[in-house]
Ligand binder design. Structure first.
Ligand SMILES: C[S@@+](CC[C@H](N)C(=O)[O-])C[C@H]1O[C@@H](n2cnc3c(N)ncnc32)[C@H](O)[C@@H]1O
Length: 340
């Protein structure tokens, strides 16, 4: 399998304005530059510092060297724009000596920017071919450790413990997460990482744009408002940073992406509930009956009348539905009707 590159222009600070189309056959991948119109131009602020090698050519060359066809099932959309990688790293304020977890390093383009910023990187990659490639790429440095595993199934605390050594057990060091993750497992990743405020200070993720907007800015009383929003705000302060148009990836996905920073809270700053397990179980039950009233969907916890009373005590209507409650409202409600 060969990756053929046709008419590739030299990389300049305007490289991000290029449009690419891909044609994939069983035996080869052709990447050709089609146009350079401004229509879908990524709004990435150009930087003066240009790093070598550029991510556009390095990424395609790395894929070519191993004859790899990007796998859809693994969400393999590689980043071609080094400026986006730099902005991801900047969003996490990565500096000398920081410990960074990267999920899905792929060819290592983001890993490279992390290392150049002074970080020590623990990279977890599911695809054995890409894990081998990135391992080989950073074999000359001790600052990158690559683990070939499925992130959603790995024992993250144990990997971090051996990577961080004594700093981990003393709890005096915060690591960061910076990653361009597969869109299809972004919710799993968010659920796994956000309750880890004892280890991570910031989680910076490149997500599908729609998912990013839904996670950061859901409106009350809309169908976008879900238990995941209560979960995210319970464990973190999320911030939408910037949009990354689809033209920056190879192969180009059908949707745009966006960078979100989750600043993780520590346990002492979580809303006060008697048990997080019973709190989220109540929230999930509440949303199970999206069109129903809480006095009905929470009947398995307390009789309807008591739920109505609790809602009124919280300052809400007895007929409230889940999409009308903020995180604080759910916390107050749980403290009145939930397990003690
Ligand atoms: C969107 S690509 C990003 C690659 C690279 N970071 C970049 O920016 O070009 C996602 C990467 O995650 C890897 N991946 C997919 N599922 C994974 C999983 N469950 N655990 C770890 N890595 C995974 C893919 O093989 C791929 O390398």
């Amino acid at each position: 399998m060969t990756l053929l590159l046709h008419n590739l222009p030299p990389i300049t600070s305007s490289a991000s304005s290029l449009h690419h189309t891909t044609r994939t056959t069983k035996s080869d991948i052709t990447v050709c530059v089609v146009s350079s119109s401004n229509a879908d131009k990524p709004k990435i602020k150009p930087k003066i510092k240009i790093k070598e090698p550029d991510d556009y050519h390095a990424t395609l060359k790395a894929l070519n060297s191993k004859g790899r066809i990007p796998r859809k099932s693994l969400g393999q959309h590689y980043m071609l724009n080094g400026e986006v990688n730099e902005q991801l790293v900047d969003a996490a304020n990565v500096g000398d000596g920081d410990v960074v977890l990267e999920i899905g390093p792929g060819t290592g383009s983001l890993t490279n920017v992390l290392v150049e910023s002074g970080a020590n990187v623990l990279a977890i990659e599911k695809d054995p071919y890409m894990a081998a490639l990135v391992n080989e790429r950073f074999s000359a440095t001790h600052r990158v450790k690559v683990i070939q595993e499925d992130f959603t199934r790995c024992n993250l605390r144990s990997h971090l413990s051996s990577f961080l050594g004594s700093d981990f057990s003393e709890g005096n060091s915060y690591a960061k997460v910076v990653a361009n993750i597969p869109f299809n497992i972004s919710t799993d990743i968010v659920k796994q990482l956000l309750p880890m405020g004892d280890i991570f200070s910031e989680v910076v993720l490149l997500l599908q744009e729609e998912a990013a907007l839904r996670m950061v800015d859901p409106s009350l009383r809309t169908s976008e408002y879900r238990p995941i929003n209560i979960f995210i705000n319970f464990y973190s302060d999320p911030e939408y940073k910037f949009k990354v148009p689809r033209a920056n990836f190879f192969p180009q996905p059908k949707v745009d992406a966006a960078v979100v920073v989750f600043r993780l809270k520590q346990a002492a700053d979580y809303p006060q509930v008697s048990s997080t397990k019973s709190f989220f179980s109540m929230v999930n039950s509440a949303f199970n009956g999206k069109r129903k009233m809480l006095r009905k969907t929470l009947q398995h916890i307390k009789p309807s009348l008591e739920i109505e009373e609790a809602l009124v005590n919280v300052g809400l209507a007895a007929t409230s539905r889940p999409e009308e409650l903020t995180l604080e409202d759910f916390v107050k409600l749980h403290n009145l009707i939930g397990d003690t």
